[in-house]
Ligand binder design. Sequence first.
Ligand code: WT7
Length: 652
Amino acid sequence: MSTHQQGDAFENLLREDRRFPPSAEFAAAAVAQPALYEEAREQGAEFWAGQARKLLTWDTDFTQTLDWSDAPFAKWFVGGTVNAAYNALDRHVEAGRGDRVAIHFEGEPGDTRTITYAELTEEVKRAANAFESLGVQKGDRVAVYLPMIPEAVVTMLACARIGAVHSVVFGGFSADALRSRIDDAEARLVVTADGTYRRGEPRAPQPAGAGALARAGHTVTNVVVVRRNEQPVEWTEGRDVWWHDVVDGASAEHTAVPHDAEHPLFILYTSGTTGKPKGILHTTGGYLTQTAFTHLNTFDLRPETDVFWCTADIGWVTGHSYVAYAPLVNGATQLIYEGTPDTPHQGRWWELVQKYKVSILYTAPTAIRTFMKWGREIPQQYDLSSIRVLGSVGEPINPEAWMWYREVIGGGNVPIVDTWWQTETGAHMIAPMPGVTATKPGSAQVAVPGIAIDVVDELGKPVPDGSGGYLVIREPWPSMLRGIWGDPQRFKDTYWSRFDGMYFAGDGAKKDDDGDLWLLGRVDDVMNISGHRLSTTEIESALVSHPSVAEAAVVGASDETTGEAVVAFVILRGSAKDDDDIVTTLRNHVGKEIGPIAKPRNILVVPELPKTRSGKIMRRLLKDVAEGREVGDATTLSDPTIMQQIAVSLRK
Ligand code: WT7
């Protein structure tokens, strides 16, 4: 977003004077009460020590809450030992809650499974034994390339149980993307499936997975394949084994050994400002504490009665924190759905809410805007009265979508919690507390209790209410990333060098006159497409890897449904022809290199790209073109006539 546009958007936002306080009834019974804020303010880091002891079962209690002596490398709950899988599973069974449903699974074709805590615990124990029998040891990395099926959660928890570090790769990423992630983490085991379903069609991940594996480094010793829809599988004898062969027959006895609070739990790759995705590293004790805390308080969770549904795929951090870990650590019942919202019809989600009596729904603004487009008549055909809290995540939610969500899905009387956070933060950082905060359409509003958020200017000085700047985090927090896999310097440079002693999130933000926070999108070269994070440079690299492309520049242009859309400007090599074919070819090429989500919405062939005298592409000007605006100040271009040349070529 260019600065003037942010300004305009903010002027409109500032006029927002609607307030939706919780009902007296909701407020009185809410899990999070106003005292939680006071407690957090008074106690500082010790607040988190209390939460860690309250929410988790530790094998050894910790002796120090936070060691920040080697900042920005934090150690939380020093000396403590804990097992994530034990906390998510065994302890519920031991406490007599084994019969509670952990997962209601609904496959896209309509097949269902109901898995209790006792059953899930057994399945994870079997998988842990199976992985160990394949030689997986504590600290080894396991790549997970699976659709949204229960085995995905089982695999993650089995890894956590034995101390192996999972690296989940979104099933929609390409073979090349999978391969580079396997190589970077030097994964030893890969868990994948023989397919999934998408819009009624059987769909790989496996063929893509097999291709990637064939070319991956030699660290992979075994591949475990889950049978899901019996697509043809490229099989490597001696390396590949079926899940049902190794897991089903394994023993259901397995003792969870305690791991250090700082033992690595997982790596999750995310896009940064350079071409190479970074492996964000999370560890055990702090991550579990803050994900469980926020899941309980932000969503007002009652584990005995609620049915929680987070619609995110496990390939993203939302699917890690609020599908695989927090709901289970909190002993909740959740729904996992494999497929798309419009299969076999556009009412599928609402049919599921009605069928499973979903009471807490957590999804992304992109989905909400899509449902708005399909029309309110569709959700209105279903009984959505079970819903009592609605959550939003992944991108700013515009006030229109917020109001529609509240009225059409929430029946006009349930709290909406807009949660700001990142792969790097591990858990919610900014969010209303549903029984305390009077919510405002479009604003994520206030820091989570125990979290120190600020908005600062160029020099790192806090801005006053009514102004904008950069979003920062002032104090370490339990679920913060512990680094970038294999690249400690990049960790410091990316997050800790912009402002002294503060974490720089990469987002622009404003404080309104009440001091409430409004998120204004990324200020770096990271795009947000349907709540998915993609880097402009990563897509540019993919484009120039094609023999027809000489140069490429990519921008995120605002899009009514997806928030942002990828728009690419390319200069072709001398021999390549500018026609429809080349656009299709290049779109598919990006799909193959990164994955279908990265395919540009538009590819525009241009004679030149706007660059500064130092050779930096001025994406701001291209964004003006992509969004159909008058082009802004172009005086710093090395050749000021270039924007005109581009305009002429696009008119052709
Ligand atoms: C980026 C992080 C958080 C899990 C999903 C995305 C944007 C996220 C919000 C929100 C405005 C948001 C930010 C952030 N973002 N939530 N509620 N309001 N923007 O995780 O892929 O790591 O992306 O998503 O720009 O930096 P991610």
